[in-house]
Design a protein around this ligand. Structure first.
Ligand code: SF4
Length: 320
């Protein structure tokens, strides 16, 4: 067995990754590690990720059409921004605007219960496709490179998940959208020809600047602030990748940033961990919406109970 194969059998930290990846292609390092650890051949992983990329692309197209979300709070953000973009009414550069549109598209679909790719979660599912698909399109990057960049994104997320629970309930939105921005930043650095070191620093810069981000969804739905937050953090991730590719490095190493994220998550009050009992969810407007959603849910429950009772009554009468 080759020495580098032994080394990457289980990548347990970012410092370890930096050692084993050195001059190597980062996607190859993760593919090799997965193959050794889980016995899944690299070509099967790539094929699975080709399908994920296709779902992301499809989701972006569906999402641009808009439509109201389940809670009726969001859903048309991607359509509005896309219309403005097509009409020449946007002022940011096309890569940034497309990253925002695509992130909003995915989250719009998520809010309507459409099919999306969780990356790493559904609530943060717009960040990675927003960044990667916009970059692929704007810089004319081969889709196969995007697929390999998804390997990098997944690998970065997996190392974080060794120490942190990837959920807003466990540690706030830093654990969802923050981790997505880190995964996307590393993948973008890879797509732009960066080294493993660039990718790790891109992830570090992205993640550390999301620390403390709370999870306070209005009415407990993944709509407000989640949908727009994905668009903003897609741009945040692009910025982190840009800094890293220019040689800007995080003073705090990525492993220590992940540790800090876990500590901050533990210190968060319960109301800021996806309970809808704090932050935006308990603003005047948030409470009003929350009450409306509860009333609607109660009405639906009562209707379903009445329906079941009617059906039972009819069954009884037909037996007599
Ligand atoms: S606010 Fe909470 S529910 Fe919304 S995206 Fe962030 S972690 Fe997920």
């Amino acid at each position: 067995m080759r020495l580098d194969s032994l080394l990457c059998a289980m990548i347990e930290s970012f410092s370890h990754l930096q050692q084993v990846a050195l001059e190597r292609d980062l996607a190859d390092v993760f593919l090799e590690s997965d193959e050794q650890e889980h016995a899944v051949p690299g070509d099967q992983i790539l094929e699975a990720l080709r399908r994920r990329r296709a779902v992301m692309r499809d989701c972006v197209e569906r999402g641009k059409g808009g439509g109201t979300s389940m809670g009726k709070l969001v859903g048309n953000e991607a359509k509005l921004l896309n219309d403005a973009f097509l009409a020449g009414r946007t002022f940011l550069d096309p890569l940034t605007v497309k990253a925002e549109i695509y992130a909003l598209s995915v989250m719009g679909e998520n809010s309507r219960m459409g099919v999306i790719v969780a990356a790493p979660t559904a609530g943060a599912g717009g960040v990675v496709p927003g960044m990667l698909l916009a970059l692929e399109e704007e810089r004319h990057i081969d889709p196969e490179t995007t697929v390999r960049a998804l390997v990098v994104a997944g690998g970065v997320g997996s190392i974080i998940a060794l120490s942190a629970n990837i959920s807003g309930a466990a540690g706030g939105c830093q654990n969802e959208v923050g981790v997505a921005a880190a995964m996307g930043a590393a993948a973008v650095a890879y797509m732009m020809g960066g080294t493993a070191r660039h990718s790790i620093h891109a992830a570090a810069i992205a993640l550390k600047n999301t620390l403390g981000l709370v999870c306070d969804p209005v009415g407990g739905l993944v709509e407000v602030p989640c949908v727009k937050r994905n668009a903003l953090f897609a741009v945040h991730g692009l910025t982190a990748a840009q800094l890293a590719l220019a040689g800007v490095e995080s003073v705090i190493p990525m492993d220590e940033i992940v540790e800090a994220m876990v500590r901050i998550g533990r210190a968060l009050p319960r109301g800021l961990g996806e309970t809808a009992e704090g932050g935006l969810a308990t603003t005047l407007t948030g409470c009003t919406i929350g009450d409306r959603l509860k009333n609607e849910a109660n009405e639906r429950r009562a209707e379903r109970a009445a329906e079941r009772e009617r059906a039972a009554q009819e069954r009884k009468e037909s037996v007599r």
